[in-house]
Design a protein around this ligand. Structure first.
Ligand SMILES: [Zn+2]
Length: 544
C-alpha cells in the first residue's frame, strides 16, 4: 500500500545509475556489465541483509536463503530470498534485495510488515488441522501437515500447512496448500496450486498416463496444426520413426493422454516426421499445436527476456494433450512441471491448444519460479494477468499469419466467435474488471486479472480507438484520462522486470504499481517516458 522509503530510494538510485550508463553509451557502445558469479551475488546479498536486518524485519531465530538471482544490464542485482523462523518456513516472508554493481544496498521489496515472533509449539494437533483443512475445502487431506509461520494475513502466527486434493468445477484437478491456525484450528489461507486458463466451468471428464521422454539427435520435421498452419518441428529420431520431443529446447515433449487424466506419458510418435493433418480427425494435430506453442514460448522468453526455459535452467517442460472428455480448460501444474490441454466440448470450445493458451500456461510456470504470486485474491489476479500478458506477447512475437498477434485471449478456441478475454476492455467478457475497486480481492482470479490486462493494453497502445493487425480496439480509462502508449516492446520488458525483480508472493495491486515503476526505473530511468507511461496507465485503471 504505502511507498516504502527503501523502495523509493532504490528507484532513485537505480535510475541515477541507469542515467550514467545511458550517458556512457552515447559515447561508446557499452558492453553489458560482466555478470558476477551467482555465488558472489548471493553472498553479498546475504551480507547486506545481515547489515540491514531492520529493513527486512529480520530478528532472532530467522535465517534467509537465496532462491533466485536476476542481474540487469547495468550490473544491478535483485536477489530473491526465502525466510525461515526457528527453521519453519515463513509464508509471505519472501523479499527481493536490490544492490548496485558494487554491492551497495539499494533497497528491498517485501510484503511482510512486522518481525515474526511466535511460539513454535502448536496447541492444535496435526490431525485436527488436517481435518479442518479437509472440511473447509471439501477435499481430501494428504501426507503429514508441516508447521509454518503464516505471515500473509495480518500478524504472523504459527500454522499447520496441509495439502488437500480434489476436483474443481468441470473436471479440473485441485491441489491446495491450506494453512490452519495452530492455536485455534481456523483455516487461514487456501491457495490453489493448479493454475488454469479459465475459471473452472462445467463439462465432463474421463482416465490416466505413463512415463517420460527420451534424449536423442534432433531431426527437423513439420506439422499441420489446428490454428497456426503448417509449422516446423524439431523432433527426435527413435527406432524407425520419430518422437515429438525437441532436443533444441530442453527436450520439451508432448504426450497424448487419449482421454485420460494423468499428468505424463511417452512422447507422441510418428513414422514420417510429418505430424497431424490440420483437423481433429488426427490426434497428432492438437499435439502439433501444443508443441509449436511450447517452442514459440521458449523462443519468446529466450530472445526477448534472455530466459532459457521456464526455470531459466535450460530444462524443458512437457505438454499433455487430449485430457479427459469434453474438457473445457487447460492448466499448469508445478508438481509435474507440465501443461495439460483439454479438447473442449465442441460447442463452447475447440481444443485449447492455441498459441496464446500455450503462452499463458508456460508463463504460469515462470511466475511460480520467480515472484510465486499466490493464486488467490489480488496476487492471484496479477498471476493470471501475467499469463495473459505474456501469452499475448508470445502470439505477437511468433508473427504467424494464421494466428496474428492481438490483445484478445483465446479467440482461436472459441467456437461461438469472439474471445474469452479482451485486454483493451476486459468487461467485454461480461465478468472481468476494467478498473481497480475494493472488490478486486474477492472475485475469481480470472476476473481480477482484468485490471492488469487493461493496464498492459493502455501502457502498450494507449487509450481510445485503434486497429492493430486488422483487429479493432477501443480502450476506455477509468478516470476519463487520455493515455499514450509506450509500445508493447518496452511494456513487456517492464512487466517481466517487475515479475522477476520486484514482485513477491502476495503483491497486491497498489504494490504492483510501485514495483512496476521500480522496474521501469531499472530499465529506462525514473525520468523516462516509459516511467511516466507506467504511472499514467496505472492511474487510468484506478490503481494509485
Ligand atoms: Zn491461468
Amino acid at each position: 500500500m504505502r511507498r516504502r522509503a527503501g523502495a523509493v530510494a532504490a528507484a532513485l538510485l537505480t535510475s541515477a545509475l541507469t542515467a550514467m550508463v545511458q550517458q556512457a553509451s552515447a559515447a561508446t557502445p557499452t558492453p553489458p556489465a560482466s555478470p558476477q558469479p551467482r555465488s558472489t551475488v548471493v553472498n553479498r546479498a546475504l551480507s547486506a541483509v545481515a547489515a540491514h536486518a531492520g529493513a527486512v524485519h529480520g530478528g532472532a531465530g530467522q535465517a534467509f536463503k537465496a532462491v533466485d538471482v536476476q542481474a540487469d544490464h547495468s550490473g544491478t542485482t535483485h536477489t530473491r530470498m526465502a525466510r525461515t523462523y526457528k527453521n519453519l518456513p515463513v509464508l509471505g516472508g519472501d523479499f527481493v534485495v536490490h544492490q548496485d554493481a558494487k554491492g551497495t544496498w539499494l533497497g528491498v521489496d517485501q510484503t511482510l510488515r512486522q518481525t515474526p515472533s511466535v511460539t513454535t509449539t502448536p496447541t492444535v494437533s496435526a490431525a485436527s488441522a488436517a481435518k479442518a483443512a479437509a472440511k473447509a475445502t471439501h477435499e481430501t487431506a494428504h501426507g503429514t501437515p508441516k508447521l509454518v509461520v503464516e505471515a500473509r494475513k495480518g500478524t504472523p502466527r504459527l500454522a499447520w500447512q496441509v495439502e488437500t486434493t480434489g476436483k474443481q468445477t468441470g473436471g479440473t484437478p485441485s491441489r491446495k496448500a491450506v494453512t490452519v491456525d495452530a492455536a485455534n484450528a481456523t483455516v487461514l489461507v487456501a491457495a490453489e496450486q493448479i493454475w488454469t486458463f479459465l475459471t473452472p466451468r462445467n463439462a465432463r471428464s474421463g482416465q490416466t498416463g505413463g512415463h517420460a521422454g527420451t534424449i536423442g539427435p534432433k531431426v527437423t520435421g513439420d506439422g499441420q496444426s489446428l490454428y497456426s498452419g503448417t509449422v516446423p518441428l524439431e523432433t527426435t529420431a527413435a527406432g524407425s520413426g520419430y518422437e515429438l520431443s525437441d532436443p533444441t529446447r530442453g527436450n520439451t515433449y508432448t504426450t497424448d493422454l487419449n482421454g485420460g487424466t494423468g499428468s505424463d506419458g511417452p512422447p507422441m510418435t510418428d513414422a514420417d516426421n510429418h505430424w497431424g493433418d490440420g483437423t481433429n480427425n488426427d490426434p497428432a494435430t492438437a499435439g502439433v499445436d501444443a508443441q509449436y506453442g511450447t517452442n514459440q514460448t521458449w523462443d519468446y522468453y529466450k530472445n526477448v527476456h534472455g530466459r532459457t526455459g521456464i526455470g531459466n535452467d535450460g530444462v524443458g517442460s512437457h505438454n499433455n494433450v487430449h485430457y479427459g472428455s469434453d474438457y473445457d480448460n487447460a492448466f499448469w501444474d508445478d508438481s509435474c512441471f507440465c501443461m495439460t490441454y483439454g479438447d473442449g466440448d465442441g460447442s463452447l470450445f475447440s481444443p485449447l491448444v492455441s498459441l496464446d493458451v500455450a503462452g499463458h500456461e508456460m508463463s504460469h510456470g515462470v511466475t511460480s519460479r520467480t515472484a510465486g504470486l499466490v493464486y488467490a485474491g489480488e496476487s492471484g489476479g496479477l498471476n493470471e494477468a501475467t499469463s495473459d500478458i505474456f501469452g499475448t506477447s508470445v502470439e505477437f512475437n511468433a508473427g504467424n499469419a494464421n494466428d496474428v498477434g492481438d490483445y484478445l485471449i483465446g479467440e482461436e478456441i472459441s467456437v461461438q466467435g469472439g474471445a474469452l478475454r479482451y485486454m483493451d476492455q476486459p468487461s467485454k467478457d461480461g465478468s472481468s474488471l476494467d478498473c481497480w475497486s475494493a472488490i478486486a480481492g474477492g472475485v475469481d482470479v480470472h476476473y481480477s486479472s482484468g485490471i492488469a490486462n487493461h493496464f498492459f493494453y493502455l501502457l502498450s497502445e494507449g487509450s481510445g480507438a485503434k486497429t492493430i493487425n486488422g483487429v479493432s480496439y477501443d480502450s476506455p480509462t477509468c478516470d476519463g484520462s487520455t493515455v499514450a502508449g509506450i509500445g508493447r516492446a518496452d511494456a513487456e520488458k517492464i512487466w517481466y522486470q517487475a515479475l522477476t525483480a520486484h514482485f513477491t508472493a502476495i503483491t497486491q495491486y497498489a504494490d504492483a504499481r510501485v514495483r512496476s515503476l521500480e522496474a521501469a526505473a531499472d530499465l529506462f530511468g525514473s525520468g523516462s517516458a516509459q516511467y511516466q507511461g507506467v504511472a499514467a496507465a496505472w492511474s487510468a485503471v484506478n490503481v494509485h
